[in-house]
Design a protein around this ligand. Sequence first.
Ligand code: AMP
Length: 115
Amino acid sequence: MNEDCIFCKIVAGEIPSDEVYQDEWVYAFRDINPAAPTHVLIIPKEHVVNTNELRDEHKDIAAALLLAAPKIAAQEGIAESGYRLIMNNGPDGRQEVMHMHLHVLGGARMQHPMG
Ligand code: AMP
């Protein structure tokens, strides 16, 4: 755990969150400032800053992040209607919280940043 990290504090239960899903590797909760009707963040329980820090020993974490997404989508009722998975990395990638997280956005058709 990183003592200065708000997402580590969420995993530890020191900051409240609206839990959606968890397993051995990841924790998922509703984004406090939703950008879509369904907006869930999936984070590794272990502190990893972003994809730059991923190493071979993080295979379980990397897989668990992606595998949690369709489970959450099904749970939220957006698996068939569709959803976007976004991971922001670093300053130009608009990463604000420096604990890796995968955004699950659905419930409405969203603008596509790549046109
Ligand atoms: P990013 O720009 O990819 O780093 O996104 C960080 C996300 O974390 C934003 O969408 C915030 O709304 C969200 N966020 C920050 N603090 C909290 C919190 N305490 N609970 C839930 N979501 C949060």
